[in-house]
Design a protein around this ligand. Structure first.
Ligand SMILES: [Zn+2]
Length: 276
């Protein structure tokens, strides 16, 4: 792909990602509270002043208003600009790595959006909504069915069904493995070791990326969680320490991102180091 065109598309991807993340902020706030995501239109929670379109431009408006409401100067959480920036960077990174394979870019844009909103909700409410976890499973299966169908049309025969086989076995493996860990952990610690949301989330990782990705994500998320846990002990009394005290869902999402961008390379590197 022409590199100038690719640069333009990546800039567009950043803007699109930041705008979608801006909407996901609204979803993450309203859906767990049982509110509609379209009505009422955005307003300041303190003074109820409506937020005009030019005050609602991702990243830029927050900077221009210096994180304060334009009418009453009440502070607006930095989370808005943080989530918007992460959304923009994720969309850009997906476009950069996977263009010109448009189907992969669209699939991953949807999945990183679901992981982003799921992580924010898990962070606030210690739960992962079904539209993220079950949505991810359906997304992975639908993509695998479509890909297998295209392979069959092009005469690949039964071997063309590999994506579907990979997706179903990933789903079963991811769901089964975490269900097993949850059951054993709950018995061992005599309290709920992890939520069902985490089990469903790993099922989604499997449906989207297959069984190898499940194993990779489990290992990397445990490492991320342990590092955060040890840092937490060290920083227990500081503000930063409390920030690390997050549920398991965002760690699974973080590990899944590592898989998306570097996973196969890391696995190949590991196999070559082991002389395999
Ligand atoms: Zn206000």
């Amino acid at each position: 792909m022409d590199s100038e065109l690719k640069t333009i598309l990546c800039v567009f991807a950043f803007g699109l990602g930041a705008s979608i993340a801006s909407f996901l902020n609204v979803v993450a706030w309203r859906v767990p509270r049982g509110e509609s995501i379209v009505r009422p239109p955005s307003h300041c929670p303190k003074c109820n002043a409506p937020i005009r379109w030019w005050q609602n431009i991702p990243i830029l408006s927050w900077l221009a208003l210096r994180g304060k409401c334009a009418s009453c100067r009440a502070p607006i959480s930095p989370r808005y600009i943080i989530v918007e920036t992460i959304g923009g960077l994720l969309f850009l990174a997906v476009a950069w790595k996977f263009l010109p394979v448009v189907s992969a870019v669209v699939l991953l844009w949807i999945w990183v959006s679901l992981m982003l909103v799921g992580s924010v909700i898990d962070f606030d409410h210690k739960l992962l909504p079904d539209f993220v976890t079950v949505g991810g499973m359906v997304l992975g299966l639908v993509y695998a069915v479509a890909k297998s169908a295209v392979n069959m049309v092009y005469g690949a025969g039964l071997a063309g069904c590999m994506p579907l086989f990979w997706s179903v076995s990933g789903l079963v493996f991811g769901f089964g493995l975490l269900m097993f860990i949850r059951t054993v952990g709950t018995k061992a610690f005599k309290r709920e070791a992890m939520g069902m949301g985490d089990v469903f989330l790993m099922g989604a990782v499997g449906a989207l990326f297959g069984p190898v990705a499940v194993l990779f994500t489990l290992i990397v998320s445990s490492v991320l969680g342990s590092v955060a846990g040890l840092s937490l002990v060290a920083l227990a009394k500081t503000k930063f320490g409390r920030f690390l005290e997050i549920p398991y869902g965002p760690y699974i999402c973080g590990a899944c991102l590592v898989w998306i961008f570097f996973g196969p390379e890391i696995v190949n590197w590991y196999l070559s180091v082991m002389g395999l």
